[in-house]
Every structure is written in structure tokens, then in C-alpha cells.
Write a protein that binds this ligand. Structure first.
Ligand code: KPL
Length: 302
């Protein structure tokens, strides 16, 4: 019997959304774009190996009333509420929702808007940058997906295999929380500092003054991480964060990219989530709080 082509609808055509569009289409999945097309209808996509491809996004625009099987939600964290509220009338009760934002807490927003849907959440470590209409896949990474609502099974749904085929490795974790916390720890340490110092990721370990700040942030969030990911000792957390900064040395973090592009920062879902968790645990995080306030006051943060 012929296998049905997996169908994906992408909401949010920034760097991550475009990466999935290109990879899923190349892997012979059915892909379309729901919601607004981005400012530039033609995107120049540069693959890891340097190959360039021009993608005409209008070719992928979903037909009116198109069926949505799996919705890949790739909008920025601060756009999530509005984006889900707007798309809601187009969803069927069986549409599966996959959230792919930076930071944490998005499933709470999604469940409040779509209480009856199967909601999944993922974290992604690929390096991918956007400058005007060019999307560049700069660093190989990995993706971890898991369930995030009562309707979502703990066994992997079919779309996981299709995504793994398109952009491996895509892993499934029935308990996704520890993976989200690992990524949050990386982002909370690296991203705001790169905005403060206006530097690439690598400078945070190469320059002693920046490295000291990085370690201060890591040490401070240690007690929170001990509660959330007790299996990871603080020295392992430090090693993991240093390694990411080394491996992505030439990257401009997503937060610095947003800042340079005049976009709001994903501060609330990263440092904001860390601070509110720390508050619940009565753990003071003065340096993270200071950094949060600096960026809030001096940049367009959200
Ligand atoms: O995820 C990232 C981001 O920029 O958001 C890191 C890992 C810091 C790579 O730049």
C-alpha cells in the first residue's frame, strides 16, 4: 500500500521556519505555509555545505481552507499567543500542534488557547541565521521533541519519523522537560550576554572579562538547575555551555540577531522564565535580574 505523504503546515517563516520548510520539502513531505508570508517572497537559503537555493515562498502558500495535519509553530516566543489565536479557526480537532520557540513556558500559552488539541514541544540546537531575505544554516545541531498536553501521547507520533528523515537527528523524549531546561540554561547564559557585549558567541569564552561574567551567570543559576535537572552537576552544566559557545564561536546568537535586526528580544521566555522559576524556589539570581533589567531598559525586549 502506498504510504500517505506526511503533511506539515508552517506558521512563522523566520530562520527556523524556513529551515524546516526547505528540509521537509527536500525530503518529499507535503509542506505549506499558513498565516502571513514574510516581507520577502523570495528567500535565499544557504545550506551547511554552502549550496545556495532560491525559495519562492508564494509557491508554498496554503490554499484557503487547506487541511492542517501537523502545525509547526515557528513564530517568535512573544508572537505565540496572537499567532495561535489567529490560526485557531483554521484548525481541525485532529490537528497536531508542535511548538518550536526559544525558551520555556510556551505549552502553557498554547494549552490556554487550544485546550482540546494534542500539543507537542521541541528544542533545536542548529545554528541558523537570518539577514534580510537570506537564511543560512551555519551549524549542525539536533532536535528533541516531546508531548506537552494531555491529548499528546507519550509514544512518538508519525511526524517525528518524517522530521528525523528530513533533518536528523530528531529524538523523542516522553519527558521533554529536562531537555528544555538544558537548552534554557544555554540560552540564559549565552544570549543576553552577547547582546550586552555585542559579541559573537565565541568571545564569551575567549575574552577573560566576558568569560568571568558567563561563569557568574552559570554559578548563579546552579541551584535552580539542581532542582530542575538534578542529573547534571554544575560542572557538567558549565562544560556544556562552554562547549556550545566554542562550537558556535562564529555565530551571532538569536537574541543578538534580533537586536541587530531591530526586533524584540525573546527575553521573557528565556531569562524571564528562569527568574520566575527561581522566585518560586526562593533562589536569588541578582546577576540574571540585573541583565534582564539592562536589556529591558536599553533594548526592545519582550
Ligand atoms: O541557541 C542559540 C541561540 O542563539 O539562540 C545558541 C545555542 C546560543 C547558538 O547561537
Amino acid at each position: 500500500m502506498m504510504q500517505k505523504k506526511p503533511r506539515f503546515s508552517i506558521l512563522g517563516l523566520g530562520a527556523t521556519g524556513t529551515l524546516w520548510l526547505q528540509k521537509l520539502a527536500a525530503a518529499d513531505c507535503f509542506v505549506d505555509i499558513v498565516g502571513r508570508l514574510p516581507q520577502y517572497p523570495t528567500t535565499n537559503f544557504i545550506a551547511l555545505d554552502g549550496n545556495q537555493q532560491s525559495i519562492n515562498l508564494s509557491d508554498y502558500k496554503a490554499a484557503i481552507n487547506a487541511q492542517i495535519d501537523t502545525l509547526l509553530v515557528c513564530v517568535k516566543s512573544y508572537q505565540l499567543r496572537d499567532a495561535l489565536t489567529t490560526i485557531k479557526p483554521q484548525l481541525s480537532p485532529t490537528t497536531q500542534i508542535l511548538l518550536l520557540q526559544n525558551g520555556m513556558g510556551h505549552e502553557v500559552v498554547a494549552r490556554s488557547i487550544l485546550p482540546q488539541h494534542a500539543i507537542f514541544i521541541g528544542t533545536l540546537t542548529h545554528g541558523v541565521t537570518r539577514s534580510e531575505n537570506t537564511i543560512h544554516h551555519t551549524g549542525e545541531g539536533a532536535v528533541t521533541l516531546g508531548p506537552a498536553s494531555a491529548k499528546a501521547n507519550t509514544t512518538p507520533p508519525e511526524f517525528v519519523a518524517a522530521m528525523n528523515n528530513a533533518l536528523p537527528p530528531v529524538d523523542w523524549q516522553a519527558n521533554i522537560e529536562p531537555s528544555l531546561w538544558r537548552k534554557l540554561a544555554i540560552n540564559a547564559a549565552i544570549n543576553p550576554l552577547t547582546v550586552l557585549f555585542q559579541c559573537k558567541n565565541g568571545a564569551l569564552i575567549e575574552q577573560p572579562e566576558y568569560r568571568q561574567r558567563l561563569d557568574q551567570l552559570i554559578d548563579e543559576m546552579g541551584p535552580v538547575l539542581q532542582v530542575k535537572i538534578p542529573e547534571l552537576a554544575i560542572e557538567a552544566v558549565r562544560e556544556m555551555i562552554h562547549e556550545v559557545a566554542r562550537n558556535t564561536a562564529q555565530n551571532t546568537s538569536s537574541m543578538l540577531q534580533d537586536h541587530l535586526n531591530g526586533q524584540p528580544l525573546e527575553l521573557e521566555s528565556i531569562t524571564g522564565h528562569l527568574l520566575s522559576t527561581a522566585k518560586q524556589l526562593a533562589i536569588p539570581l541578582p546577576t540574571h535580574r540585573w541583565l534582564y533589567e539592562q536589556l529591558l531598559n536599553n533594548h526592545c525586549a519582550n
